[in-house]
Design a protein around this ligand. Structure first.
Ligand SMILES: Cc1cc2nc3c(=O)[nH]c(=O)nc-3n(C[C@H](O)[C@H](O)[C@H](O)COP(=O)(O)OP(=O)(O)OC[C@H]3O[C@@H](n4cnc5c(N)ncnc54)[C@H](O)[C@@H]3O)c2cc1C
Length: 458
């Protein structure tokens, strides 16, 4: 259960991008909730603090230590049992270390569906998803992780076990305490098990890639699709033309799905089960929006393989950016009606401040969530790239502040965004957060340095 060899600990101490490598006093890998509770009590007694870790796919440095001399990593990877799947109740109780894609496969075997879907699903854990309140491509239909959680089991910072693993959908007995731990990024306790909501398996899925004249048109299309497609839309991803270039730099043999070049693209999916005819719905919807000129060109995937090919453009563009070297990544949200203006203003500000850099804006636009990334020239030295990334972040955040947006739509705060978060924190919110931390973790055992620094708590 305890690992102290630095070579063995490396994979637990390096972030997903490989940008930051740290170390730890030890890595603990408990097998049960009782083991976790014992580990917490031992760390407390030794004056060590704990960085909980799931699949270590987080993008904000919340899951790796920043004070290696006094922190242990507690990995949930050995706690991956499915305790129960209830097909009548459409619910399941699972341990925190279940890998998301494996969990989805086990649930699909029972003709049900867990709709959380993100690029890291082959590695991330459900406990990490809950701790970051992960989003992903299906939020517009099913909500963030928070909306999929029915109950939690959590080991608290004093080593006691909070048993809130209910599967009740309606339970108004006072304050809903599980919400405290969702999105807390391991700062209030260690989630050891989760009860989740399930859905009927959507056995009909229609996927289309559409060429449009602008991001403004993409937003108009989104509004119309929600109404015309009976709210059966499960994904609506915006991509710029550069997406195709980047994706093909990462996956060279990807075949181009649309012949012409368009200023904006949307990857859209509608899905359902039972008596509804999804293919017909997609065809009729696209017929209407093309006739009205909102969509200029489009292709509907004729098979699962073709649908997969379309999704590879969306997924491959991340890899393509990584191949071009270090770059500035954001995870921003603004109200949907302001999104196109925000992207225009922010890209303009970046091109004025950093004329040799490239902005690339894409993402879960239906949720008002855009990843506006900035790529320094490929031949930049590490120092030059770092300086440009810092400047780009400052410029984009300044524009964002004018739109009252969020610097973290779905990835959390971790250690990477702590300073930007603290700078913008309303005093009343800081006071509530400090009071909570003081009440639940006065000794600062849980993930210190993540989300907020809490001076004054011993
Ligand atoms: C290719 C790629 C695509 C991604 N796409 C998306 C996306 O679309 N949407 C999105 O929201 N995110 C996305 N992410 C980010 C990341 O996958 C999510 O934040 C995910 O929820 C993290 O889960 P994890 O198990 O890897 O957690 P980790 O990275 O291990 O941990 C994340 C945080 O949660 C805490 N934590 C982990 N497990 C526990 C636990 N059991 N109890 C208490 N605290 C815990 C950690 O201390 C840390 O602060 C993506 C990442 C990658 C690499």
């Amino acid at each position: 259960m305890v690992m102290t060899d630095s070579a063995e600990m490396l994979r637990f101490c390096r972030d997903w991008h490989g940008d930051v490598t740290s170390s730890a006093v030890a890595v603990l890998r408990p097998r049960s909730t009782e083991d976790v509770a014992a580990a917490v009590r031992a760390c407390r007694a030794l004056g060590l603090s704990i960085v909980p870790q799931g699949g270590n796919t987080g993008l904000v440095l919340g899951s790796i230590p920043d004070r290696p001399e006094s922190q242990v990593v507690l990995s949930l990877e050995r706690m991956n049992a499915i305790r129960n799947i209830d097909a009548d109740d459409f619910s399941a109780v699972i341990e925190a270390g279940c890998i998301l894609s494996e969990l989805k496969d086990r649930i699909a075997e029972k003709d049900m569906y867990f709709p959380l879907a993100l690029g890291a699903q082959g590695s991330c854990h459900i406990g990490g998803n809950v701790s970051t309140n992960a989003g992903g491509i299906n939020v517009l239909r099913y909500g963030m992780t928070r909306e999929l959680v029915l109950g939690l089991e959590v080991v608290l910072p004093d080593g006691t076990i909070f048993n809130g693993l209910s599967t009740l959908r309606k339970d108004n007995r006072g304050i809903d305490l599980k919400q405290l731990f969702i999105g807390a990024e391991g700062t209030l306790g260690i989630i050891t098990a989760v009860s989740i909501k399930l859905m009927p398996f959507p056995d009909q899925v229609a996927t289309a890639l559409l060429g449009l004249n602008s991001l403004d048109d993409a937003i108009k299309l989104y509004r119309r699709a929600r109404r015309d497609c009976c709210d059966l839309m499960s994904a609506f991803e915006f991509m710029p033309p550069l997406a195709f270039v980047l994706a093909r730099e990462a996956i060279p043999d990807l075949s181009m799905p649309i012949a012409g070049d368009y200023p904006a693209y949307v990857l859209m999916e509608i899905s359902g089960s039972g008596l509804v005819d999804i293919a017909d719905l997609m065809e009729r919807f696209l017929g209407g929006v093309m006739e009205d000129g909102l969509v200029v060109d489009g292709v509907i995937a004729a098979s699962q393989a073709q649908a997969r090919n379309l999704w590879l453009f969306r997924e491959g563009m991340n890899e393509g950016q990584a191949k071009r070297g270090p770059h500035m990544r954001t995870d921003i949200s603004v109200p949907l009606y302001l999104l196109a203006d925000f992207v225009r203003d922010a890209e303009q500000a970046v091109s004025e401040a950093l004329p040799d850099c490239i902005s690339v804006s894409y993402g879960h636009v239906g949720d008002g969530n855009v990843h506006l990334n900035v790529l320094p020239p490929c031949n930049s030295s590490p120092d030059e790239a770092a300086a440009k990334i810092y400047k780009a972040k400052t410029v984009v955040n300044q524009v964002l502040d004018g739109y009252n947006g969020s610097i973290s739509a779905e990835h959390g705060i971790g250690r990477l965004k702590r300073a930007d978060f603290e700078e913008r924190l309303d005093p009343s919110r800081r006071a509530v957060l400090t009071a909570l931390k003081q009440a639940i973790d006065p000794s600062m055992v849980m993930n210190p340095g993540c989300q907020l620094n809490f001076p004054g708590i011993s």
